[in-house]
Design a protein around this ligand. Structure first.
Ligand code: RRO
Length: 308
């Protein structure tokens, strides 16, 4: 059974990889990802300066999902630029996730990271957790300006990690923006921003930053993720490859993402909860699902969701 895929001319040995943020901040974590049964190594979103991130507790897993307000803890872009050759030498594609605290930061980081030649760059327009900094992806004009600027300095395939949208009007507006910015792939979706999880016994929020507000992930966000994958797949009629992220905890979840149009899937919450062994489990479960359906490869059903 062949679970390999190609995105923007880059071949991935498997369609399952980590989501940025999950076990991918430090060199040790990234090397451990590289040694596991993974389709690609995705780095933590990086900023200009190294960051400790928000105060703890800042991640909380619960049945059905997770909430996080990590606040971009990362080593700073220079450290990741230095690490990229070592990660690439492990044999799988490397996706560098670029963020920033202002538009110019994205440019600074993108130029240096591009020179380090990761296989792909993912521009994160959707971190929900920096106090006072709204998600750029909810501002179409700011997104377009930023993407056009970074596109000029990025020569490897460039993707965009978007926040979830909840109305077809917003899918259309952002689809138009993406179509004008030379985007090679999409990653849908980032966490569902600014949820609040409450511990009723203690009568308190479960995480500390931002009064308990944080990004939701895991099973509870799967329908939102699938809707965004489907909406952008239809807008571009399959011409822009999509990485589906959100709610993948078993092989059937991955199958559903591909059915809606995803080329690959990324895992966050379940990777944090289960550890690196999850990749082999998910691959086995996805293969079993394909066998059950009589499919031999992902192209047999990608995007072919039936509508009633
Ligand atoms: O670091 C974070 O708080 C974080 C980021 Br950059 C992001 O893009 N998505 C998320 O859920 N958390």
């Amino acid at each position: 059974m062949d679970l390999s895929i190609t995105i923007a001319g880059v071949r991935f040995p498997s369609c399952i990889m980590n989501a940025s943020g999950a076990l991918c901040v430090t060199r040790e974590e990234l090397l451990a990802l590289g040694r596991s049964h993974i389709g690609a190594i995705v780095t933590k979103s990086m900023t200009v300066e190294p960051r400790d991130g928000n105060p703890e507790p800042r991640y909380y897993g619960f049945p059905g999902g997770s909430i996080n307000s990590m606040g971009l803890p990362n080593l700073g872009y220079k450290a990741y630029a230095a690490l990229i050759p070592e990660l690439k030498a492990m044999g799988n594609p490397v996706i560098a996730s670029v963020a920033g605290l202002c538009e110019d930061d994205f440019l600074t980081i993108a130029a240096t990271i591009n020179a380090a030649k990761p296989d792909l760059i993912e521009v994160n327009l959707s971190c929900p957790n920096i106090p006072g900094k709204p998600q750029i992806g909810y501002d179409a004009e700011a997104s377009e300006r930023l993407l056009k600027r970074v596109r000029k300095v990025i020569t490897v395939p460039m993707g965009v990690k978007l926040p979830p949208y909840f109305d077809p009007a917003h899918h259309t507006i952002m689809g138009d923006v993406i179509g004008r910015c030379g985007v090679d792939f999409l990653n849908l979706i980032n966490s569902v921003g600014n949820g609040l999880v409450v511990d009723p016994d203690r009568e308190e929020a479960v995480i500390k930053p931002k009064g308990g507000f944080g990004g939701l992930g895991g099973t509870i966000i799967k329908p939102v993720a699938l809707a965004n994958v489907r909406a952008f797949w239809k807008i571009f009629e399959g011409r822009i490859p999509i990485i589906g992220t959100g709610g993948v905890v078993n092989g059937v979840d991955a199958f559903e993402h591909v059915l809606c149009g995803a080329s690959a899937v990324q895992i966050g919450t379940v990777l944090v909860e289960e550890g690196l062994g999850v990749f082999a489990r998910l691959e086995g479960e996805l293969v079993a699902q394909l066998r059950k359906k009589g499919y031999t490869k992902l192209e047999d059903f990608r995007g072919k969701l039936k509508e009633l």
